[in-house]
Write a protein that binds this ligand. Structure first.
Ligand SMILES: Cc1ncc(C[n+]2csc(CCOP(=O)(O)OP(=O)(O)O)c2C)c(N)n1
Length: 361
């Protein structure tokens, strides 16, 4: 059991692939076929291309805001790949690779960031809750889904994501406590990207690791190299299998790094050193997986180039479609909160209409 071998209280971290793409833990390499490895790598490439293009669109004034994922792709794709279609994905707001793998159309991802409600209206067979911006609130929903699965006697698992900053929220503790007490089939993944906007991980907690917080709640916890797709997959697969067998929740801390800004309105040069960012660029999850695949002779520069060309076209075309949706009517803010507007909302809506009489301002 990985969770026994890699006790976070002993400062251990699961690593399989080093930053040069070499296997450092042969016996722990997960059972993934060449086709699967390529599929996962391509999902990471698409996420990376989407990030690069979205940043450009925003700088061109074509998109209001965006939260980039650069550097976190192995955490996202490696974890979701260990789940099955019938399992639930409960996101925070920075898991692009996981959403794409789960089957959320890219068009909807852009619609969401474009401020359009349709962006959260996922296809019926995509078992994912809407993106959750109120930090850590999604974790309680994830545990609720797990309790429902237990009551219904179903064996689907819920994978839920939270950032390092989110672990300081009350909901984090509430959710983990309930998950352990009610033995829910929940896998909690902390994407420890070292920052909550400008607040560094070291200011979040005095705990040496975030994974060790699991101990207090009475569930297994494990820290993994979050830039190593194989390690993330191996730890998550074990946790998902345990959950499906009815053995309860697990907490996984994936140690990664946010290479880009928090969102497009953030300037990280104000609060962190370029040398630190540079060091993490050397640990890029895509670069190391690419080297591994090339060493395995199942990938090459030619394939990489043509795949990127294809994705660039796809991302551009998808975004152009989304731009044609036009502006979101401001009144949607009032109309979509509840099935029926509450008296308080009606009052605000009336005030808004009065204010905008004679043309929207
Ligand atoms: C309850 C709540 N408080 C504050 C915010 C403002 N806020 C948005 S993102 C963020 C930082 C979150 O950091 P972390 O959980 O580490 O996730 P990351 O953004 O690094 O992915 C904060 C404080 C919010 N969205 N919700």
């Amino acid at each position: 059991m990985l969770v026994e071998k890699y006790n976070p209280l002993e400062g251990k971290r699961l690593e399989i692939l080093d930053k040069e793409g070499n296997i450092i833990n042969e016996s722990l390499v997960p059972d993934l076929s060449d086709e699967r490895l390529i599929e996962l790598y391509k999902t990471m490439l698409l996420a990376r291309m989407t990030d690069i293009k979205a940043l450009q669109y925003q700088r061109q004034g074509r998109m209001l805001t965006y939260a980039p994922n650069l550097g976190q792709e192995a955490t996202q794709v490696g974890s979701i790949a260990a789940t099955e279609k019938r399992d639930w994905l409960v996101p925070a707001f920075r898991e692009l690779g996981a959403w794409l793998y789960k089957g959320v159309p890219l068009e909807q991802v852009f619609l969401y960031w474009y401020g359009t409600e349709e962006g959260s209206n996922f296809p019926e067979d995509v078992k994912m809750l809407p993106i959750s911006v109120p930090i850590a609130s999604q974790l309680n929903h994830a545990v609720g889904l797990g309790m429902a699965s237990n009551i219904k006697g179903e064996d689907d698992v819920t994978i839920a994501y939270v950032g390092d900053g989110g672990t300081s929220q009350g909901e984090f503790s509430e959710a983990l406590n309930f998950a352990a007490v009610f033995n829910t089939p929940t896998v909690f993944v902390i994407s420890n990207n070292h920052f909550a906007i400008s607040v560094p991980r070291r200011s979040q907690t005095k705990a040496k690791t975030l994974a060790q917080k699991a101990v207090a709640f009475g569930m297994p916890g494990i820290q993994v190299d979050g830039n190593d797709l194989l390690a993330v997959y191996a730890a998550t697969k074990e946790a998902v299998d345990r959950a499906r067998r009815g053995e309860g929740p697990t907490l996984i801390e994936a140690v990664t790094y946010r290479l880009g800004p928090h969102t497009t309105s953030d300037d990280p040069t104000i609060y962190r050193e370029e040398s630190e960012v540079e060091e993490w660029r050397g640990k890029d999850p895509l670069k190391r997986l690419k080297k591994y695949l090339i060493n395995k002779k199942i990938w090459d520069e030619g394939k990489e180039e043509s795949q990127n060309d294809e994705y660039e076209k796809f991302v551009n075309e998808t975004f152009k479609k989304v731009e044609k949706y036009g502006l979101v009517p401001l009144e949607d803010i009032f109309k979509y909160q509840y099935e029926e507007m509450t008296p308080n909302l009606v009052e605000q809506y009336e005030a808004y209409k009065k204010y905008t009489e004679g043309g929207e301002k």
